[in-house]
Write a new protein. Structure first.
Length: 167
């Protein structure tokens, strides 16, 4: 059954509704706070940081644009605009792919590497402070398990579909 053919929705019960709303509230507040701190402390946005992390962890600090979009779960147009802003600030460069004339690579610059290396320690401290320092080992395990299950369900729903539709 697809989303468009649901006749009678299975409404959330009170407990599920409370959990869902708590998740939405947590996600919005945490994302906003981490972005604000990243901007204040490192001069980059969480979006900048996400791109820089992907590139810094990849072989030769470069990725094809489509591969980067998939890794981030972003639409190509969003990534293109983000990359343009980052290129103007010297954080990344674009280069042509010799094997595939249509393809292009995004490459981490020395300035981009220095930026991500300077931002990472502060970011991880914020993540620890807002998330992990107040959780028990069992809660951390549950958070990881729940996150993996949901991500797998979303991935399965998107299998074989255009990444632009599922980003």
């Amino acid at each position: 059954m697809t989303e468009s053919t649901i006749e009678s929705p299975r409404w959330l019960d009170a407990r599920e509704q409370a959990a869902w709303r708590a998740y939405l509230d947590m996600n919005a507040k945490l994302t906003a706070r981490l972005n604000r701190e990243m901007q204040e402390q490192s001069g980059v946005s969480i979006a900048d940081f996400s791109v820089l992390v992907q590139l810094s962890e990849h072989v030769d600090a470069r990725m094809r644009i489509l591969e980067l979009a998939r890794a981030l779960g972003w639409e190509k147009s969003r990534l293109s605009h983000q990359l343009t802003r980052m290129q103007q600030r010297g954080l990344i460069e674009r280069s042509n792919c010799n094997e595939d004339r249509r393809g292009a690579f995004v490459v981490l610059t020395d300035q981009g590497r220095a930026t991500v290396e300077a931002a990472a320690p502060r970011h991880v401290e914020s993540v620890r402070r807002y998330v992990f320092d107040s959780l028990t080992a069992e809660q951390v395990e549950s958070l990881g398990s729940i996150s993996s299950i949901v991500a797998q369900l979303v991935d399965a729903a998107c299998a074989g579909r255009d990444p632009e539709e599922c980003g």
